[in-house]
Design a protein around this ligand. Structure first.
Ligand SMILES: [Zn+2]
Length: 152
């Protein structure tokens, strides 16, 4: 499994040295659209459905995206009716984010081709073939972007 997250590494000596701060200041942009998108997805409904596992759960456990935001152009970012889809924090969002699953032609497919630990394999098998209810002719291009990026 590939991991693309950049990590800063410190030594044990640096870690225990109280003179060295463990926190770093970073400049970041604020995603001003987050609350708007959540409102569009869930309105005032306290529950939503994960588009991968199709479980209904409180919206606090759902995050929203299809195509990686940093890869979207301005027009795509503003395509709010199609660029977001709810995925649960119980595994679906993480597996999608890591490219182990994708939505292709409306169904969840398993892109992983190496054995992982039992629980992860079990979960991947459970998701495979699920019907993605937010897949349609408008959201297709975003799901397809993700699929093509991660397929082997
Ligand atoms: Zn889920």
């Amino acid at each position: 499994m590939k991991c693309t997250t950049k990590k800063e590494v410190i030594t044990e000596t640096q870690y225990i040295d109280a003179a060295i701060t463990l926190d770093k200041l970073r400049e970041s942009t604020v995603r001003t659209e987050q609350s708007f998108l959540r409102n569009e997805l869930f309105q005032s409904n306290p529950h939503g459905t994960c588009c991968i596992c199709n479980n209904i759960m409180p919206t606090d456990f759902l995050v929203a995206h299809i195509k990686k935001r940093s890869k979207c152009d301005e027009k795509e970012k503003r395509d709010y009716k199609n660029i977001v889809s709810p995925m649960c924090k119980f595994g679906c969002d993480e597996l999608y984010e890591k490219g182990l699953i994708a939505v292709h032609k409306g169904s969840v497919i398993n892109l992983n081709n190496e054995p992982l630990y039992g629980k992860v394999d079990d979960y991947l098998n459970k998701l495979t073939g699920q019907n993605c209810k937010t897949y349609n002719s408008h959201s297709n291009k975003y799901f397809e972007w993700h699929y093509l990026k991660h397929k082997k």
